[in-house]
Design a protein around this ligand. Structure first.
Ligand code: SF4
Ligand code: SF4
Length: 261
């Protein structure tokens, strides 16, 4: 955790401003509308106010990381990985993210989309200048507006499920923003046309043995224990397509390949 603070430069900024930089530990079990026994850090639950600071970036599993998904970071440590097994499909996972966001309930969300990411985010995407800072008291409204402006609201799971659960308030947009974005390769033209049809063609992770340095990070983080780095093989009977391996691989050695299921 300290490594992340330091690599991202957050530690330096906190030091300069005299702001304590603390890990979100000390879990407290809470319940959402759809999911129960969610372990959120006590520091978040007991904070006077939470301000949510997401980046505008793509995400191979959930399509985009914006305000609502960002509060998943309040789930303590490795509990995050276990949720990939408990909320196995993307619709369930979106509902989990909505539950968590409503529990954390930030008073303000400030989206940093000045330099964002497109393509195979959140790790292997490409930097893109969007020149956007978006602010709202309500992240459901903010995500809805930003995805509409990008023309992708119909493929972003959290936006779709927030609308279904009627948690997106009426909102007014002040200012203008229009941009295009290249989505992760896990979202195909078929997804854009019909999510039902696209279920027949799904993408699975595959290890690029030329790039893999056998650091075992993917093996350690795979919530389904589907990876064996000694043989560099993935057990597709166990794989739940959470793409955590793709996200954590520092060598871009996990490719996503389409397979007929
Ligand atoms: S994280 Fe990437 S480099 Fe490390 S073992 Fe897995 S595939 Fe290989
Ligand atoms: S192999 Fe990768 S995509 Fe499959 S369950 Fe493990 S981490 Fe998730």
């Amino acid at each position: 955790m300290r490594g992340c603070f330091s690599v991202t430069g957050v530690e330096d900024v906190c030091e300069r401003l005299g702001v304590p930089c603390v890990p979100l530990d000390d879990p407290v079990e809470v319940s959402g509308e759809v999911f129960q026994k969610i372990k959120i850090s006590r520091k978040v639950l007991e904070a006077d106010k939470v301000v949510n600071l997401p980046k505008l970036k793509t995400h191979s599993q959930m399509v985009m990381t914006l305000g609502v998904k960002n509060t998943f970071g309040c789930v303590v440590g490795l509990e995050k990985s276990s949720w990939h097994m408990r909320a196995k499909n993307y619709d369930d996972f979106a509902n989990l993210l909505i539950d968590i966001h409503r529990i954390v309930s930030p008073v303000l969300t400030i989206l940093d989309g000045v330099e964002g990411m497109e393509g195979n985010g959140p790790t292997n995407g490409k930097k893109k200048h969007f020149g956007l800072v978006a602010v709202s008291k309500n992240a459901f409204a903010l995500d809805d507006a930003v995805c509409k402006a990008l023309g992708i609201d119909h493929v972003v799971y959290t936006v779709q499920h927030a609308r279904k659960r009627r948690v997106v308030p009426d909102y007014e947009i002040v200012g203008t923003f229009h941009a295009s974005i290249q989505l992760p390769s896990t979202v195909s033209t078929l997804d854009r046309l019909s999510r039902t049809f696209s279920r027949f063609f799904v993408k699975y992770p595959k290890i690029d043995t030329r790039k893999c340095v056998k650091c075992r990070l993917c093996e350690e983080r795979c919530p389904a224990s589907a990876i064996d780095i000694s043989s560099q093989r993935i057990d597709y009977q166990k794989c739940i397509r959470c793409y955590v391996c793709h996200e954590v691989c520092p060598q871009d050695a996990i490719k996503l390949v389409r397979r007929l299921v």
